[in-house]
Design a protein around this ligand. Sequence first.
Ligand code: SAM
Length: 335
Amino acid sequence: MNPSPPDLETLWALPLPELIARADEVRRRRVGDGVWLRGLLEFTNRCTQGCAYCGIRGGNGRAVRYSLTEDQIEATVRRGWDRGFRTFVLQGGEDPDWTTDRLCRLAERLRIILGDQGALTLSCGIKSREDYRRLAEAGANRYLLRFETSDPELFSRLKPGQTLARRLEALQDLRDGGFEVGSGFLVGLPGETEETRRENLRLCASLKLHMVGIGPFLPHPDTPLAGAQPGSMEDTVRLVALLRLLLPEANIPATTAAGSRDAGGREAMLAAGANVLMPNLTPPGAREHYTLYPGKVALVRDGAEDLEELLAHLHSLGRKGLLERGDSLAFLRDQ
Ligand code: SAM
């Protein structure tokens, strides 16, 4: 039996060390000491969208653009598979060359490598309900689509031409399509208030997300938000701890943005309830151009070649790196 959900107002008032201790305890009890390792592939940085916070927004003429070929993606997944990775996350900008037909053909090709043991996660923005259905049929299992902020006005200001309502509809379409669904938000967007942050948490809980990714907003110099303050690490840690308490069986990554904000950012998230890491498998020559924000960490630990080092590092934190597909318990419970 699941205990009744904790009251957000009560939790919000807790001092940070107590909140972290509670979240860590719930993480250990509900999802264990394992840290699922997902191979991340940033397959294109071409994008038609104009998100004010994002370094690969279409309007940034200074970004060096790339798109990997199917052969490059397949070879990278195969290398990762041979290293032991069983989950691959394909993330990209909203690139019109990557039509749903093309993504479906790619998913079918990758499914041959993955068989039943591997999971394929996509993160390529809003598509129609029918497109999501076809992607699931072609072999994609999971989808990441952050709602970014629960404040509808702030959302439309930062994502011109888009609405929060449409984003939430897409999340419902993904769930109806059978996907394991991940969403989440940016921490510290200019214009966000404490109430926005609480509402971000309430929205994650009411969406009953299977995976929740959050990270500090980091201002990119070639965007309209160049002069803004970055999101704070303390807020990020507090929010990840609250998420673990609100969604005890969700998979929650310690994100690259947190590691880029602070040298120990990912470790701080792991200590506050996170249970997923996404080592970057994007080939050199491309990965340095997937610049959503400046100072993106390219720790040696991020490479598949340094997997042993990463496993040892996690061991030193009292955790165990796991390569199996690691379906979210929240998702399995929904089935
Ligand atoms: N285009 C897809 C989408 O919008 O869902 C996926 C790619 S998008 C670049 C991936 C995520 O990067 C976004 O959901 C956003 O939260 C994050 N991101 C973009 N710019 C960022 C920044 N300046 N700081 C931190 N995270 C950022």
